[in-house]
Design a protein around this ligand. Structure first.
Ligand code: SAH
Ligand code: F3S
Length: 485
C-alpha cells in the first residue's frame, strides 16, 4: 500500500518550496505542501500574499521565522504524515530556533479547526483553504501572543486577483486554478467538507494569469479544479445557485468546453492540460474541443473509483459502470489516441469479491494508461464514516489493491508499447533523474519520455522517435524541433 499512497503525494511531499528572493524582504518563510496539485497551487498563492508582507522563502527549517504546512485530509495516512512533520518542527524549535512560528493550512486545518491548537502544542496558526488573504491579520495576532484561527469557507473566494509566486518551478509548466470546492458529496470523500461549495473563477482573470505565464515563457498550463468539467462562470457565485441567476447571466454563462476553447485559441503555442474530470460532468463538447485544438493535450484523468454498480451507488457517484464505459467508448471514437487515467478505491464498505471482479473487468475494458489506486480509508464526518461500516478486512483490502495495481501495471505497459517506433512531440521539462545527459519531457498523452540532450534546451518542443519503453517511461532519440517552437 505504501507504494500506491506515494504515487499521488510523493511529487510534492516533504520538500520546502522556494522561489527567487527579494532583497527588501527580511523575514524567512519555510512552506511545504502535502496532497493534491490544488494544494501546491494554493501554497503559491500563500507565498505571493506573504511576499508582500516581507517574507522570502527558505529551504532551511532552522532559519525560518515562519513555518507553514499545507495539509491533506484525503486519507488517514496523509494526516499521519503531517503530524510527524509537526513533531520534527517541534524538535527544531526546541533545539535551535525558539522564535519560529508554526501555521497549519489546508484541509486538516479546515477539518480540525481550533482543536488543532489543543492537539498539537507547536501550532500557532490554523488557516482554512478560503482564508489565506487573512494571513497578514492572523500573523499580527500571533506576534501579539494570541492564537489565530480562520477556517471560514467562502461562497466567492477564488483568489482570482492574486498572481501566485511560482514555487520550485521548472519555468516550463505551471498550474492555474479555475474552480474551487466540490458539490458532489461522494460518500467517502472529505473534500466537500474541507474545501466548501463549488465556485468558478472569472475567465477574464484566468486568461490574464495565463497571459502573464506565457509572457514569462511558460509553455504548458494545467487548469485545476476538484471537478473542472463542472466549471460554470455566470458572473460569480456558487455553482448550485446558477438557476437563481438572471436570464442574461444564464444565457451568457461560460462552461468548461468554452473556457478550454478560449484558452487554446488565445494561446495557440501553449499546451493545455486539465485535472480532474468527474465522469458525470464530462460532456462530449469537451472532447470535441480537445479534438479541434492540437494544443490541448490528449489526456484525461477520469476517476471511476469502482467498476461495480453497487459500489458506485454506495459511493454516490452519479453514473453506472455502463454509462462510464459508454463515455469511454465515445471518447475513443472521437479521439482514438486519447490517454486515460483512473483513481480507484478498493475495499469500500460492503465491497464483495464480485464487486472487486467488476472493477478488474472495467479496467480490462478501458486499459488505462495510468492509475492512482487506494485502499478505502474511513474519514470522520463523511456520510460513509457516519453511516456505513468499514467492513472489508485489512488483509482483503491489501490483496485486492495489489490485484488492481498488477493489472494497471500490465495495461500501462500495453499502452506504452503502442508508442514504440512513432515520432512524438515532447515538451522538455527537465533533466532525467537517472541520467544527467538526458532530457525528460512528456508527449501529449502525458507519458514521460527520456532522450539524449544533444543541443536541445529546457522548454523546447522536440520531435522524438520512441525506441524503447518500460510500463512507466518511453526512451527515444530527438529527430528535430517540432513546428510548435
Ligand atoms: N476530484 C478530486 C478528487 C480528490 S481525491 C480531484 O481533483 O482529484 C483524489 C482521490 O483520492 C479520489 O479520486 C479517490 O480515489 C481517493 N480518495 C478520496 N477519498 C478517499 C478515501 N476516503 N479513502 C481512499 N481513497 C480516497
Ligand atoms: Fe471528492 Fe467526489 Fe468531489 S471524490 S473531490 S467529492 S468529486
Amino acid at each position: 500500500m505504501e507504494h500506491v499512497e506515494k504515487t499521488i503525494n510523493e511529487k510534492i511531499q516533504g520538500k520546502a518550496l522556494v522561489t527567487e528572493h527579494k532583497k527588501e524582504n527580511t523575514k524567512k518563510l519555510f512552506i511545504e505542501s502535502y496532497g493534491c496539485q490544488m494544494n501546491m497551487n494554493d501554497s503559491e498563492i500563500v507565498a505571493a500574499i506573504l511576499d508582500k508582507e516581507g517574507y522570502n522563502t527558505t529551504q532551511i527549517l532552522e532559519e525560518a521565522d515562519l513555518v507553514l504546512v499545507n495539509t491533506c485530509s484525503i486519507r488517514e495516512k496523509a494526516e499521519t504524515s503531517v503530524r510527524k512533520r509537526l513533531q520534527k518542527y517541534n524538535r527544531v524549535k526546541q533545539e535551535s530556533n525558539k522564535k519560529m512560528k508554526v501555521g497549519v493550512l489546508g484541509c486538516m486545518a479546515e477539518r480540525l479547526k481550533e482543536k488543532f491548537l489543543e492537539e498539537e502544542k507547536i501550532v500557532d496558526l490554523v488557516v482554512g483553504p478560503d482564508a489565506y488573504k487573512d494571513l497578514p491579520n492572523l500573523l499580527a495576532d500571533v506576534y501579539e501572543g494570541r492564537d489565530a484561527v480562520n477556517v471560514i469557507l467562502s461562497k466567492e473566494e477564488t483568489y482570482g486577483d492574486i498572481a501566485p509566486v511560482r514555487l520550485n518551478s521548472n519555468g516550463v509548466s505551471a498550474f492555474v486554478s479555475i474552480t474551487r470546492g466540490c458539490d458532489n458529496m461522494c460518500t467517502f470523500c472529505v473534500v466537500p467538507f474541507t474545501r466548501g461549495r463549488e465556485r468558478s473563477r472569472d475567465p477574464k482573470s484566468i486568461l490574464e494569469e495565463i497571459q502573464s505565464m506565457v509572457d514569462k515563457n511558460f509553455k504548458e498550463i494545467t487548469l485545476l479544479g476538484q471537478n473542472v468539467d463542472s466549471f460554470l462562470w455566470y458572473g460569480g457565485g456558487l455553482k448550485k445557485d446558477f438557476k437563481k441567476a438572471s436570464e442574461i447571466a444564464q444565457a451568457t454563462a461560460v462552461d468548461f468546453a468554452q473556457l478550454l476553447d478560449m484558452c487554446a485559441t488565445r494561446f495557440p503555442k501553449t499546451r493545455f492540460r486539465f485535472s480532474t474530470s468527474n465522469p458525470q460532468d464530462m460532456s462530449l463538447d469537451v472532447i470535441h474541443t480537445m479534438a479541434k485544438h492540437k494544443n490541448i493535450c490528449k489526456y484525461i484523468h477520469l476517476p471511476v473509483q469502482s467498476g461495480s454498480n453497487a459500489m458506485l451507488k454506495a459511493m454516490n457517484r452519479q453514473h453506472t459502470r455502463e454509462e462510464y464505459m459508454e463515455l469511454v467508448d465515445n471518447i475513443f471514437k472521437i479521439i482514438p489516441e486519447m490517454s486515460l487515467s483512473q483513481d480507484m478505491i478498493v475495499g469500500f464498505c460492503g465491497e464483495t469479491e464480485q464487486d472487486h471482479k467488476d472493477t478488474l473487468d472495467l479496467m480490462e475494458h478501458v486499459k488505462y494508461d495510468f492509475g492512482f489506486m487506494f485502499a478505502y480509508s474511513e474519514r470522520p464526518g463523511t456520510l460513509a464514516g457516519k453511516k456505513m461500516e468499514d467492513d472489508v478486512p485489512f488483509a482483503t483490502k491489501k490483496r485486492r489493491l495489489q490485484e488492481v495495481i498488477d493489472l494497471q501495471q500490465k495495461h500501462a505497459l500495453y499502452r506504452t508499447q503502442q508508442h514504440l517506433h512513432k515520432v512524438e512531440e515532447v515538451l522538455i521539462e527537465g533533466t532525467s533523474k537517472k541520467n544527467p545527459n538526458e532530457w525528460k519531457g512528456r508527449n501529449t498523452q502525458n507519458t514521460v519520455i527520456v532522450f539524449p540532450k544533444e543541443h536541445y534546451k529546457l522548454g523546447d518542443f522536440v520531435n522524438v522517435r520512441v525506441e524503447d519503453c518500460t510500463s512507466a517511461t518511453l526512451k527515444g532519440t530527438a529527430v528535430g524541433y517540432s513546428d510548435n517552437n
